[in-house]
Design a protein around this ligand. Structure first.
Ligand SMILES: [Zn+2]
Length: 216
């Protein structure tokens, strides 16, 4: 899909190396043994097109200019309002995940993308399937409010368990192809082209309208 023109395709990738992630020995898509360094340099997309699942810690440096991300509200914590105990105490589950280095299912903050300031939020599927919690909702809402009041773009990397498939939803309901063909998303882009595409769209939407530039 020729959405990215030559000018925007010149946007540099985020800069520094992405964090390492746990990888299998062979690619689930093509079966070939993985070149870990090569894969990391390609935003964890195999040559066959297989996209490996990423957490917020990798998504943020994929989109943000190197060193520009300023995290906000990282200290907000969940409360066990329902004293949930199945399969074990909810607070125990959250504490274990926090101790593994994850910081809730959503992280948010400000950064620049190709020099333009934006608000950025990224889900982490590794934190209870990216489920919405009090913390996630609070971080999302606060970021959106700040973006709206300051007039900055808001970019959200969504990776949540979403709808319960046990309730008889159509096959492939949550796949990119299904959503694109049913008009639920406007565009599906390979991860390797995502950053220049976002920079291009931000440039388009931030361009002054011609009518506003005219003088009467
Ligand atoms: Zn592959």
């Amino acid at each position: 899909m020729a959405v990215i023109d030559r000018q925007s395709a010149g946007v540099p990738i985020a800069g520094g190396k992405l964090p390492e992630i746990l990888l299998p020995t062979n690619c689930p898509g093509c079966g070939v043994g993985l070149d870990r360094e090569g894969l990391r340099a390609q935003n964890y997309v195999c040559d066959c097109g297989h996209h490996f699942r990423l957490g917020a810690d990798v998504w943020i440096p994929i989109i943000a200019d190197e060193g520009s991300f300023q995290e906000r509200w990282s200290g907000i914590r969940s409360h066990d309002l329902l004293t949930w105990t199945v399969p074990k105490r909810y607070e125990e589950v959250v504490d274990e995940l926090l101790s593994e280095g994850l910081n809730e299912s959503v992280r948010t903050g400000t950064c620049t993308l190709n020099g333009k300031p934006i608000w950025l939020a990224a889900f982490d599927f590794g934190f209870v399937g990216g489920t919405l919690s009090i913390v996630a909702g609070e971080r999302l809402a606060r970021g959106m409010e700040q973006a709206a009041s300051s007039g900055l773009p808001y970019v959200l990397v969504c990776a949540s368990g979403g709808a319960r498939m046990q309730e008889g939803l159509p096959p492939g309901f949550q796949s990119a192809d299904f959503q694109l063909s049913h008009g639920q998303v406007d565009l599906v882009s390979p991860r390797t082209e995502l950053r220049p595409l976002l920079a291009h769209l931000l440039e388009l939407y931030s361009a002054p309208k011609r009518d506003q530039d005219r003088t009467c």
